[in-house]
Ligand binder design. Sequence first.
Ligand SMILES: [Zn+2]
Length: 268
Amino acid sequence: MHAGSLLAAVGSFLHARASGGYWHLRIDDIDPPRAVSGSAAGIQTSLKTHGLQFDSDPQYQSHHSSRYEQALLTLHEQGDLFRCVCTRTMLGPSGSCQGSCANENPTEMVTGSLRIKVPPNTVIALDDAFLGRQSWHLGKQLSDFIVRRRDGLYAYQLAAAVDDASPFTTQVVRGRDLLDSTPRQVFLQRRLGLSSPSYGHLPILTDQYGFKLSKQQGATAIDNDQPTTNVRAALEILGQPSPPSKLRDSASLLAWSLSRWDPCRVPR
Ligand SMILES: [Zn+2]
């Protein structure tokens, strides 16, 4: 786990608990080629070391394939899907299909990449817990997007939309790098007749070049031997008051911060 993931963990933990809710961990492991073996266990160890105790057993997206398949079937039966045969170089600037793929309506579920049709007048608006009112003209910005990849794997947007609409999920708190995924997921939830949770997008950490810290970009793992230093740093970036120096363990820092958590202080 790197510092950016810890920031999202601390922010989502405090926001959930301060709202009287539970904090759940989900491992998004639907992309086996990119999954690093042992990383899920490493994340759980790091979270616990930092006093971030989750309230249920972790969920794994790799165990949810039947839900995603059912969702695709529902969308297909509604006539929402089309098969896109475009190559990468044929796609438009936002990755949308520029060809005539949408005109060929498959009568059965076909193999290959599937996109969802977004009607041109589609506007998605919501109140973000930290950013306030957000709205997207999804129909203009992204008139279609991938729900199943060419290699047959479920797209992140589909899996997240389905899992986040679980009746036990009331809030989704995550980094701002996912902000433009949110309207797509809300659109999918509406097409599937599912209710949407509320959303909050936290600041993200970037490297000296302005790129988001990520494992793929080679961000170094946080030091599990320095949990209080790491938690204090995360609280500062989240704009929250500094806990007194006499507090020497991360669980005490979090407990102190929980009663003072103020989403309005999170930098926009
Ligand atoms: Zn296409």
